[in-house]
Design a binder for this molecule. Structure first.
Ligand SMILES: Cc1cc2nc3c(=O)[nH]c(=O)nc-3n(C[C@H](O)[C@H](O)[C@H](O)COP(=O)(O)O)c2cc1C
Length: 337
């Protein structure tokens, strides 16, 4: 098996999976600014993918060869559907169906054992698996069997459910997985407290003690590449995953980010590019234009009329309207420059 994780320079940097954020459009924007070493898809439900609703979910797996290596992140309840989904990811069925790609495939499969959402947990999925290890084991096993040795299988999770619980990462490290990404919080902590990097370091120590080859990737509150490098060195980690840091700096994956020196005009141009790509990819039906509101503050920030413009942009109902507003603002900034 070609294991992409073993080919990366260490410490490597990963763009975190973020629902309604890291779709094919935003991954291409990030890739053009400063690509991470690895991309993840948003999480996609295996039970949905193996149901008549499959078609509706395929946009979560849509990608282009520019966003590679790309790991498909899956979640769900039924081991059999993990098996079928992993098989179709490994043999290229999903790359073809979602993206019309024949020669480019996903580079791995990640299991979401970390989502703390109430409804998801109530259904016994994602981080609830901390409390159902027989099912967690069955899911890992089914996914590995489906992947058939063609794609590496990894897990992304939290430090525990109510409390930090090292028996959880220990259990996962015994499952022979390629990578364990530790988000340094418990389920109970949601995102309310700072990520516990010492605990992530302890998981790396546990890995060394067990003598397994699983990589340890740390995740939580990393805002710059430099900060990530320091954490990786301090805790001897194989990689660093960055999520919300991308909202503060789309160039977060380069060491000398130009972002804070970029003026209003350049930021407006980048948002315009993002909206144009969104319109071209999703039209006004594939994804709701509101999804773009999450990005508004990323680009429309740090210049005098930014707040007013953001309010206008966030009320837009169509990409045409957004583009018109951005065009006007660009002209205005251009004459001011
Ligand atoms: C809007 C949003 C959506 C997210 N969606 C996912 C997801 O689909 N899968 C997942 O494993 N984690 C998801 N996460 C969690 C992130 O991947 C990451 O673990 C978390 O944000 C902590 O890292 P950060 O401090 O670098 O953002 C999401 C987080 C945010 C803010």
């Amino acid at each position: 098996m070609q294991n992409i994780w073993d080919e990366l320079p260490k410490p490597y940097f990963v763009l975190a999976p973020m629902d309604d954020v890291t779709d094919t459009v935003f991954r291409r924007i990030v890739g053009d600014c400063a690509a991470p070493d690895v991309f993840f898809t948003e999480f996609v439900n295996v039970d949905g993918l193996q149901s008549p609703g499959r078609k509706r979910l395929l946009n979560r797996l849509q990608f282009t060869p520019k966003e590679t290596p790309l790991i498909a992140q899956i979640w769900g309840k039924t081991p059999e559907n993990y098996y079928k989904t992993a098989k179709e990811l490994a043999d290229g069925t999903f790359a073809l169906e979602s993206s019309n790609l024949e020669d480019t495939n996903f580079a791995g499969i990640d299991l979401n054992f970390g989502c703390p959402d109430k409804a998801v947990v109530k259904n016994g999925c994602c981080v609830a698996l901390v409390n159902d290890r027989p099912l967690a084991q069955e899911i890992i096993q089914a996914t590995k069997e489906g992947a058939g040795g063609k794609l590496p299988v990894s897990v992304k999770t939290r430090l525990g459910f109510n409390e930090v619980d090292y028996s959880w990462p220990e259990f996962l490290l015994e499952q022979d997985i390629a990578v364990l990404t530790m988000h340094g919080r418990t389920r109970k902590q949601m995102s309310k407290v700072p990520a516990d990097w010492d605990a992530i370091g302890k998981v790396r120590e546990l890995r060394d003690k067990l003598g397994v080859a699983t990589h340890i990737v740390g995740n939580g509150d990393v805002m710059t590449r430099q900060q990530g490098l320091e954490l990786a060195t301090t805790h001897q980690l194989d990689g660093i995953m960055i999520g919300r840091g991308i909202f503060q700096d789309p160039y977060v994956f380069v060491s000398e980010s130009p972002w804070h020196k970029m003026g209003a005009l350049e930021r407006l141009e980048l948002y315009k590019k993002h909206v144009e790509l969104f319109a071209e990819t999703w039209g006004d039906t594939g994804r709701h234009v509101r999804v773009l509101n999450k990005f508004c503050k990323v680009y429309i920030n740090d210049f005098p009329s930014a707040k007013h413009l953001r309010e206008q942009l966030m009320n837009a109902q169509h990409t045409d309207e957004l583009l018109q507003l951005l065009e006007q603002a660009t002209k205005y900034e251009f004459t001011r420059a």
